[in-house]
Ligand binder design. Sequence first.
Ligand code: SF4
Length: 467
Amino acid sequence: MSKAFDIGLESLAGESSLRTEAVRPGGLALPNRGTFFLETFGCQMNDHDSEKVAGVLMSRGYQQVESPEAASVIFYNTCSIREKAAQKVFSRLGEFRDKQHDGKIIGVLGCVAQQEGEAIFKRAPWVSLVCGSASYSKLPGMLAQLEAGNQRVTGLDTDTDETFETEVTRRDNPWRAYLTIIEGCDKACTYCVVPFTRGPERSRASDSILREVRQLAELGYSEVQLLGQTVNSYADPTARRMRFSELLLAVAEVRGIRRVRFTTSHPSDFTPDIVEAIEREPKICDHVHLPVQSGSTRVLRAMQRTYSREEYLEKIALMRGASRPIGITTDIIVGFPGETEAEFEETVSLLEEVQYDSLFSFKYSPRPNTPSLSMSDSISEEEKSRRLAILQDKQREIQAAKNARLVGERFEVLVSGKSRRENQWSGYTTAHRMINFASQETELLGTYVQVRVTGAGPNSLAGEHAV
Ligand code: SF4
């Protein structure tokens, strides 16, 4: 899977047990409409959109299956943040070229759908639905058209003020529930397809978010992760006008919730009250993903990131000044058009200065419909690879040293994975550090345990269950 800029990517390995909530409110019997297969590419926002799309299908009477062969409806929820991710979906669609698709309904959802639009029908005439994420709220009507035999259904309007809310969400993770609180993006980073593919910023009503969190807690979820391309740009559309930090605190107050995460934050909207909320409420996780993209103010201006290196460092200082340590992670793009060697070195020095806990780094990839596409001075692939390797080596060094200093410390871990090796478990601390640990217990999945760190590598910690 690939990752969207500004969206934290994480592995859900070990967290694959399925929680199905396909119960129509009121307990009415569902018609049996067939089976669906849904494959997702991209970021957490896409993963969660797919959970909601699956909920819409299930509440119409479809059952989820594990292979396209077994399905009567096949949907691909796509990502176009980099070229490779976009190509992947066309290779999937190509698999149907020579095969009989026997009246199966094939649909392309998400960013590639929005970007390519009806051209997808020309390239893959066996596709019946092309729908961008800004039109997901119209999905039930589009499904009805497909069921009626319509061969060409589109949802490509991005001029919307609606958010995608579903009565049923089919959640993949039994302990951590994802909730999109803001969709689209009003920033205009020159390399990014998101404002084009996901439409303008729309925030979900705070009362609706809190209602869903209460339902999730009743279902047994103890951790919620609030999602948005720029989650901290949240603007409550209700008369309450809750600030993002107030929303974090209100979610943490819900009985049964033990951890509140949020991703991804935009540096320009990262205000002191967010850090104050983290300091005040231990249930708000001490982890902030704050994409910087470059350490050079000149490059940041060219990217239209709306902050300088110095302004970004002020946000870091806010967090470093907090009364409890906050884990900080980031995204970086190397080889943006015109990035000089000296400017790249500024990014390397930023890594040294901030001492990130983790980093997602990418080579710049020109995308359709983005302003940076027409910028001159492109950097060769070879040079981008060289810069990426230098950056990643530097970060590995930083992480190895930081993690080594944690040996001997104790952390609370939400256990989310069980290894095939006997007595071996894994989970995350509130700062989102992954720990593999040993325990003689037999039933730990979904519980919170204390773990003492006994060893460290650059990407994870090792430990033992401390009782
Ligand atoms: S336009 Fe900028 S802020 Fe918005 S999603 Fe893209 S990278 Fe993030």
